[in-house]
Design a binder for this molecule. Sequence first.
Ligand code: BMP
Length: 251
Amino acid sequence: MTRLFRERISLAAAQKKSSVILALDVPPSAADPLKLAEEMISAVHENICAIKINFHLMLPLSGSEVAHVNRLAHSHGLQTIADIKLNDIENTNDVAVDHLAGRMGFDAVIANPFIGQAALASLVRKARSTGAGVIALVYMSNPGAAEGFGLAVASRKKKLYRIFLERASRADADGVVVGATRPAIIKEIARESPEIKIYSPGVGSQGGDLERAIRNGSSYLIVGRSIVEAKDPARAAREIKERILQVRLKK
Ligand code: BMP
């Protein structure tokens, strides 16, 4: 039977001994974003388990160029995640999944549970029908995230992120995004829902503490600028991978 995305990324992480997901965020100043993306994958593939592609490449590249980047990542045993934070009506999300997973070859998409329980569950079913997974935003890493994900919902007597977590869990999403800048929330979710994999962006450039995020229960760290903009990206990725391994050894 074909494996689910969450199983594929877990296998890739075991094979590479790395829980690092490279956010392949090429700067807008890059003269040739495709070439830079190819060079970055070739430089760091041994030290990461997946790449995440955001608007940085999705906008300047054509669909077939993005498909080419996905094939290159796959040829190195990496999983690929489309990060355009799907947040629309069901029909539109379905079209996006057809393009992203069906045509461009992504293994997973990121979605915003703000669309509601039924739409999130429908998105997970749709993605799975193409072999892809869904990672749901639960608490973002940026300082302003508290103004949305941290809101108290009076009618439910809960914070919005708790409702999003329940939605992700009920929809059988493959994982949730919780910023590395929110170690207390990582800890809370990892304790209460150990079966849910936590994907944490926000270490390095955004100030999140890598060691704390891993100690508190993040399964994967999403890292962009600290690798992409490093003088030696391969070395930067290797050092992050090794720091994660050190924390896990002590745990
Ligand atoms: P960096 O390591 O350069 O800060 O990049 C983080 C990456 O993760 C970016 O692609 C960003 O869009 C994404 N991201 C984030 O930073 N915080 C979130 O809560 C969710 C994200 O997808």
